[in-house]
Design a protein around this ligand. Sequence first.
Ligand code: IMP
Ligand code: MG
Length: 183
Amino acid sequence: MTVPPDALRRTGGVPIKSIVFEREVIAARVREMGQEITAAFPDGDLLLLGLLKGSFVFMADLARAIERPLQVDFMVASSYGKGTTSSGNVRLLYDPATDLAGKHVLVVEDIIDTGRTLQRLLSLLAARQPASLGVCALLDKKIAAPIPEVRFVGFDCPPAFIVGYGLDHAENYRHLPFVAELG
Ligand code: IMP
Ligand code: MG
């Protein structure tokens, strides 16, 4: 594994144990996912609904890889404090302003861990009568029982705690252009 020479500058000296997904690997997969999503929604209104903050980098790249009309909105839920394990307590801090009724709603998520955040949000969103409700996640730890709404997954990932490309630890490291496990 090659750790980029500028990595320590980006992490403030915290060493990187391993790069789980290099930026070029992510870019290639996100382009493929854009094609998959373009093909999967030939008709109707498509809304990408990003779960902040973790999805912000993925959302920006994914939206530009989709070659059909779409709209973008975000929602904010909070299930983690400063720890690295899921508490299962999901709080909605921002509810999307966009009307979901009649639209193909694709929730854009950074990573599926226990899946609890997603399960809670999906039942909330389903009540708003979208034409369809699906999930596109960059990473899946495969810990949760399969969630039927999860239609697009970038990569299966190891059950380690990982950061970068939007994912944080205590709000740090979201800006790393790769996905890494810290040392
Ligand atoms: P879940 O409800 O347990 O599936 O937690 C999902 C959320 O927890 C994700 O959207 C992330 O924000 C966060 N999360 C889960 N695993 C990791 C990780 O390995 N690194 C950083 N954030 C994570
Ligand atoms: Mg987080």
